[in-house]
Design a protein around this ligand. Structure first.
Ligand SMILES: [Zn+2]
Length: 435
């Protein structure tokens, strides 16, 4: 198969150059690879020609944190539907979390996930292995065996690691096998079995609150242990000002610490949680870590703009409408995010002039891939043809019908955004085309 993509707009920087200048390019994809790039017209015989006139060509995006629910909870999402949501949002690569049923704590679970992804996924799916057996926080898994089976990192995401010595051992073992520890930072003694942030809204609605310190205490611990052991420590979905301060300090000290933030923690705070007609809080605004105070949200924005943040992650966490219609104190944590992440980042940070487009795309591709030693995020001859065409000019409205995910649990329904995906190509195959 030989495909021509013609008349696309991209940035010098995304082609491996230095500048943020825009340029018009034509490129040829043969098999799974990009084989030719030119600023002039390319004349040849092609099986298909895509006229990208007026569209922006981006390298395929990379999401460091998704929950595809397979095996075990396929009624919420499965690898096929999750990957459909990914490519609709411009993601060609996702890192999936191990809190499935069974938990990905054994090589055969990882192998089955990879086999299933090979069969049905529209994007590259890299599973992680759990840090502890059955996410119980008691006994470490066999990192070496998990890596050999294909696990790309180690994490107990969904649960904080409560035992200090266990996380220290994990960092040391992960270093030996050359993997990063991804930390869902949550000290359960401080999270009070809460449903939302421990702030004014929690008080006003008499809902148990999750203290900010529940995150920052674990981030401080992880940073200190990373410095001590040299183990690679990645903070998942950061949400508080204090956590960011600890990460800045650790980075300045030379610790191998990295951090991601999610669009919802950049754009929403606890005051934005929707109040339903019965005067209770809507669980579609419930996730873990929770939407924090406005001050925390602004600190996340500052960290994004000053370069402290390494990557954007959606923490795509599908749940059914019935589960999310429950009282906020008992509804499950999590929102979906794959289809809205780029449009939100583009509309609120790039279009508004706060962040350069190239920087935004780097945070969502090159830098996100680098966390896992994946070489992504550049459009170059010889690279795997993971490519996206975005429409940056026309506004669209997010509604329930917009989502390719099996679930619809998003607080961004009703938003008017820019940055709709018009085409996604994974390894040379067109896996999504709008309309
Ligand atoms: Zn988490």
């Amino acid at each position: 198969m030989k495909t021509l993509i013609k008349n696309a707009i991209t940035l010098e920087r995304l082609m491996g150059g230095l500048g943020d200048n825009q340029m018009k390019v034509n490129l040829v994809v043969e098999g799974t690879k990009i084989t030719q790039i030119s600023t002039s017209q390319i004349h040849d015989d092609f099986h298909q020609v895509i006229d990208a006139d007026g569209l922006f060509l981006s390298p395929g995006l990379v999401d460091p944190q998704v929950h595809f629910r397979e095996p075990g909870m396929e009624y919420k999402e499965d690898i096929e539907s999750g990957s459909r949501a990914a490519v609709k949002g411009g993601f060609c690569t996702v890192i999936s979390m191990p809190n499935t049923s069974p938990v990905a704590d054994h090589p055969h679970v990882i192998q089955n996930m990879l086999a299933r992804a090979k069969e049905v996924a529209l994007c590259h799916v890299y599973p992680t292995g759990s840090l502890s057996i059955n996410l119980a926080g008691k006994k470490l898994t066999d990192f070496k065996a998990l890596k050999a089976a294909g696990a790309i990192a180690i994490t107990d995401d969904g649960k904080g690691v409560q035992c200090d010595s266990l996380i220290e051992q994990a960092l040391m073992q992960a270093k030996q096998v050359g993997l990063a520890i991804l930390d869902h930072s949550e000290d359960e003694r401080l999270s009070n079995q809460g449903a939302i942030h421990n702030g004014e809204i929690a008080k006003q609605f008499s809902v148990a609150g999750i203290d900010s310190d529940s995150e920052s205490k674990h981030v401080e611990r992880g940073c200190a242990l990373s410095l001590k052991t040299g183990g690679r420590y990645h903070v998942l979905h950061v949400s508080t000002e204090k956590s960011i301060a600890a990460i800045r300090t650790a980075k300045a000290q030379g610790a191998p610490v990295t951090v991601e933030v999610s669009p919802h923690h950049l754009l929403l705070c606890d005051q934005d949680i929707k109040i339903k007609s019965d005067q209770t809080l809507d669980a579609n605004w419930k996730m873990n870590p929770p939407l924090r105070s406005k001050q925390d949200m602004l600190a996340c924005q500052q960290a994004l703009l000053d370069g402290t943040i390494d990557a954007i992650a959606t923490d795509h966490a599908p749940h059914t409408p019935a589960e999310k219609a429950l009282d906020i104190e008992i509804a499950p944590f999590g929102i979906i995010g794959l289809e809205t992440a780029f449009p939100l980042m583009y509309t609120y940070f790039v279009k508004s002039g706060k962040l350069a487009l190239g920087q935004c795309i780097d945070l969502m591709s090159k830098q996100a891939g680098a966390l896992f030693n994946l070489d992504c995020g550049r459009i170059k001859v010889g690279a795997t043809a993971d490519l996206v065409l975005f429409d940056l000019d026309n506004c669209f409205e997010v509604n329930e019908a917009f989502f390719a995910s099996k679930s619809k649990n998003s607080p961004f329904i009703g938003y008017q955004l820019y940055g709709l995906t018009r085409m996604t190509m994974t390894a040379g195959n067109i896996v999504y085309q709008q309309g």
